[in-house]
Design a protein around this ligand. Structure first.
Ligand code: FAD
Ligand code: SF4
Length: 497
């Protein structure tokens, strides 16, 4: 079929995504399971971009990715230029092309009347093609500034900042307490969502560019944070929001009840053939209950099925979200609707409005979860509606493994305490729009500054913090910021996270 004009592709092509491996097949391994598109199929999808002139998608993307431009370049078969355009706003399109929830697609203008453009998929295909063709190579700086920056934490925020600052010519040392860099990209997000081969090749590129990674170094314990302040010109804290929310109810101390991260990290280590730390936790042959219905809970679900769980329940405290946008949540905002991940499609039972009251067990091992259903009560004098237990709805479920995926409260505070840093009301490291903390040599970015969020926001924060640090070190900066390509960061409520 001859191609339609570039602006009319949305009338000729339907939104299509590459198929996932069938469930029975994919739960037998930990590999990624989404097929790739051919360049031709990806071009068909890019043709659906109308080049509408008011690209809300770009405002929906926390990085301000110049989406209509890279779509247009793919339409013209200019893949290398598309990659350059993508890299001009995003250091790691192959990460976001896999794990981003794509708030851009929720804001796509075509999405008002038709299914939106498959922006995330096109981004992944451009990134992967860049690697396959050998276009993504180390870009070491031509000149060194002589300035030394220490970055603590090697998640997406730390990595993005490190790459930007190193390319600007500064000596960058990344301190990481784990045995491998990558933060939650390496230890946290399951391999079936993000292959660690994809992470490792970026880390190799960064090493070849001159970034120094010092793993197995716990700043604040093994090296006092004050030492870094003496030894480096600037410190950037990208330590994530790693303090998990726990559940202080009777029976919590029974064996078999674990924080989700212990369970997920162990599986990342098994896949990487690294020794598992601590007592082995496995779902094999067990009745598993996951408390918490977010990303982490969904990752526990997919991992439990792969480990061979007997049965898995996912319980969420909050009520079931609507299937479609409600009136007060219109396009182009992030839709607060029921989210069904690929792991949810693999099985298990989901339930909402479930309040866990206690656990009981035998011989110190958890055997049952006791819960009750609740509803919102009448408004009190402060305008709040309390949670009210519904009489006679209490129930119990037999289980041998409970995973707590209740979110994260804030970063760990050792470093902040050692450096006397101010915290915000939620316990995150307080840093203004210039990413500077209350200590003038210390900056903070990513989840450590904004609270638990998304990979795309972490990359955004890392890039923006890098520019501010470059400015502080040199008095000027050639590093791009989101504002330098005509983009102001979107208000939080218009994008996930
Ligand atoms: C299970 C799970 C699944 C997720 N899935 C998704 C997803 O699909 N899509 C998405 O967009 N987001 C997802 N997220 C959220 C996303 O991973 C985070 O928002 C993002 O990784 C935050 O990046 P960061 O660089 O700020 O911190 P992190 O990635 O948390 O990295 C912080 C790093 O700092 C290190 N560190 C901490 N303290 C010290 C110290 N004192 N000394 C040395 N090193 C230290 C930690 O070991 C860690 O490596 C997920 C989160 C979890 C927990
Ligand atoms: S990073 Fe996320 S929001 Fe931005 S274009 Fe890619 S998929 Fe969309």
């Amino acid at each position: 079929m001859p191609r339609p004009s570039k602006e009319k592709g949305f009338m000729a092509y339907l939104r299509e995504l590459p198929p996932d491996l069938p469930v029975e097949e994919r739960v037998r391994h930990y590999d990624e399971f989404t097929a790739t598109w051919s360049p031709e199929q990806t071009r068909d999808q890019s043709y659906r971009c109308m080049n509408c002139g008011v690209p809300f998608c770009q405002y929906g993307c926390p990085l301000g990715n110049i989406i209509p431009d890279f779509n247009d370049l793919v339409k013209d078969d200019q893949w290398r230029d598309a990659l350059d355009r993508l890299h001009s706003t995003n250091n790691f399109p192959e990460f976001t092309g896999r794990v981003c929830p794509a708030p851009c697609e929720a804001a796509c203008v075509l999405g008002i009347t038709e299914p939106p453009v498959t922006i995330k998929l096109i981004e992944r295909e451009i990134g992967d093609r860049g690697w396959q063709e050998g276009w993504i190579r180390p870009q070491p700086p031509k000149k060194r500034s002589g300035k030394r920056v220490a970055i603590v934490g090697s998640g997406p925020a730390g990595l993005a900042a490190a790459q930007q600052l190193n390319r600007a010519g500064h000596y960058v040392t990344v301190f990481e307490r784990a045995d491998e860099p990558g933060g939650l990209l390496t230890y946290g997000i399951p391999d079936f969502k993000l292959s660690k081969v994809v992470v490792c090749r970026r880390l190799d590129q960064m090493r070849a560019e001159g970034v120094e990674f010092r793993c197995n170094v716990w700043v604040g314990k093994e090296i006092p944070a004050t030492r870094l302040v003496e030894d480096f010109d600037i410190i950037l804290l990208t330590i994530g929001a790693t303090k998990s929310r726990d559940l202080d109810i009777p029976g919590r101390d029974l064996a078999g009840i674990h924080l989700a991260m212990e369970f997920l990290c162990q599986q990342n280590r098994r896949v990487a053939r690294r020794p598992v730390l601590g007592r082995e936790i496995t779902a094999r042959g067990k009745n598993v209950i996951i408390l918490g219905g977010g990303d982490t809970g969904s990752d526990c679900l997919g991992t439990s099925h792969r480990q061979g769980a007997k049965k898995v329940w996912s319980f969420e405290l909050l009520p079931k979200p609507p299937l479609d946008r409600i009136e007060s949540n219109p396009w182009p905002q992030w839709p607060f609707v029921l989210y069904t991940s690929s792991s949810h499609k693999e099985g298990g039972e989901r339930d909402w409005s479930v309040m866990t009251k206690r656990f009981s067990g035998e011989d110190g091992q958890v055997r049952r979860l006791h819960a009750v259903r609740w509803e919102w009560g009448p408004q009190d004098e402060n305008g709040r509606r309390p949670m009210v237990e519904i009489p006679r709805t209490d129930f119990e479920i037999e289980c041998e493994l409970v995973l707590l995926a209740l979110g994260f409260v804030h970063p760990e505070h050792d470093i902040a305490t050692q450096l006397g840093l101010e915290l915000d009301a939620r316990g995150n490291i307080r840093a203004g729009a210039d990413f500077r903390t209350s200590h003038d040599k210390v900056f903070a970015a990513g989840d450590a500054r904004r609270g638990q969020s998304l990979v795309v926001w972490a990359i955004h924060e890392g890039r923006e913090a890098a520019r501010e640090i470059d400015l502080a070190l040199r008095g000027y900066s050639d590093l791009p910021s989101a504002a330098s390509h005509g983009y102001d960061a979107v208000p939080l409520e218009t994008a996930a996270g």
